[in-house]
Design a protein around this ligand. Structure first.
Ligand code: NAD
Length: 362
């Protein structure tokens, strides 16, 4: 009997519904091939939810997400909602979703596809073959530590304060996700911290080192964050999986992503301890091209592949999607954002159709 999965779709705003439509068709096609049955249910988030209900994440949407096997999100936001107070802006929907599903681990791959190597701003010989996964802690560290705020000192001067703090259990749970991820990849994990200066990093290093005993098949190394930033642009091929805290991960995952040079190609996954993960492209809602059939659907499609691999444990179906994306690029199909001379310029829908045909053929 076919394995059944309930998937909540959150198309959100801007190009969201266009790229989501492609990802859904792709999932249906691999479902047929791999005997997986998807039950899709759609919910509102972001600006679309604000327009319909006055809230960026209605309780019904969060509830639907909680009662599903995985959540596929497109993107939220747009000029129309930019002037609302921050708790009513589309971004608040995203934060509410992460908090509501307790998504503490953010997985951000940065892979150089040979067909798009010229999109990188770095020399081809530096980036060729780069395939990195940054595992970022998402719900702790300096973004949430207390005390936080702007306080007045005794002299009347203002003082801004944030606190970088991690408990042993917070480090252990992100460390476990990272070791498990490295195990599914090339078996190398680099933990990034600032243990030469920060006590919180000393604890981080200590716990990650202890965890390593449970994963003898994974080779663990440590780097200080300043060195890691240098190494990422100097010799990125040395990295397989990187694990780091919230602040360092925020910065390093964007730096790693930009090695590839093409935002329309980058997927991500956010995972909790149990319950559904959220899978979404790194890019935003691209309001400048919304409704024009110009969006690149591949980051959304690759997010669906991540959902199969990391959310539903269906690696063969994920591999199949990733192979089809490479094949489509190999024959020269491109959307505007990744276009180069001599290639075939396609819209979002045509790219989706080509992908479906390729999924059948390979
Ligand atoms: P953006 O990522 O939406 O767009 C940046 C540029 O990249 C634009 O020129 C856009 O046309 C292009 N682009 C992005 N995705 C593309 C795709 N799939 N295909 C082709 N071109 C693509 O970032 P922005 O313009 O800074 O933000 C627009 C809105 O998106 C804002 O409201 C912002 O808050 C929101 N945003 C949401 C998320 C999210 O949902 N996770 C992330 C970033 C930004």
């Amino acid at each position: 009997m076919a394995q059944q999965y309930r998937i909540t779709l959150l198309p959100g705003d801007g190009i969201g519904s266009e790229i989501m439509a492609v990802a859904v068709e792709v999932l249906k096609a691999v479902g047929k091939k791999f005997d997986l049955q998807f039950e899709f249910q759609e919910a509102l988030i972001g600006g679309a939810a604000i327009d319909a209900t006055g809230e960026p994440l209605p309780a019904a949407s969060l509830d639907m997400c909680r009662h599903s096997d995985a959540v596929l999100l497109a993107a939220i936001g747009g000029y129309k909602w930019d002037t609302l107070p921050s708790h009513l802006r589309p971004e608040a929907g995203l934060l509410g979703l992460r908090a509501g599903l307790e998504l503490f681990a953010n997985l951000r791959p940065a892979q150089i596809l040979p067909q798009l190597i010229d999109s990188s701003t770095l020399k081809p010989e530096v980036v060729e073959g780069v395939d990195i996964m940054v595992v970022r802690e998402l719900t702790g560290g300096i973004y949430f530590g207390k005390p936080k705020g702007i306080f007045e000192t005794e002299t009347g001067e203002k003082r801004g304060v944030n606190t970088m703090a991690y408990t042993e259990s917070e480090i252990d749970r992100i460390g476990t996700v990272a070791f498990e991820t490295a195990r599914k990849r090339r078996g190398k994990l680099c933990s990034v911290d600032k243990a030469n200066v920060l006590e919180v990093s000393q604890l981080w290093r200590d716990r990650i080192t202890k965890l390593a005993a449970k994963y003898p098949d994974v080779e663990l190394s440590h780097l200080y964050v300043d060195n890691a930033a240098m190494q990422l642009v100097r010799a990125p091929k040395q990295f397989d999986t990187i694990v780091t805290g919230n602040l360092f991960g925020d910065i390093l995952s964007d730096a790693a992503a930009m090695l590839t040079g093409s935002i329309g190609m980058l997927p991500s996954a956010s995972l909790g301890a149990s319950g559904p993960g959220v899978f979404e492209p790194v890019h935003g809602s691209a309001p400048d091209i919304a409704g024009q059939d110009k969006a690149n659907p591949l980051a959304q499609v690759l997010s669906a592949a991540m959902m199969l691999r990391y959310g539903l444990n269906q690696p063969a179906a994920a591999d199949h999607i990733e192979k089809a994306v490479l094949a489509v690029l190999e024959r020269g199909d491109r959307t505007g954002d990744i276009m180069s001379p001599g290639m075939n310029l396609l819209g979002c829908q045509a790219m989706g159709k080509g992908l479906l045909k390729t999924l059948e053929e390979i």
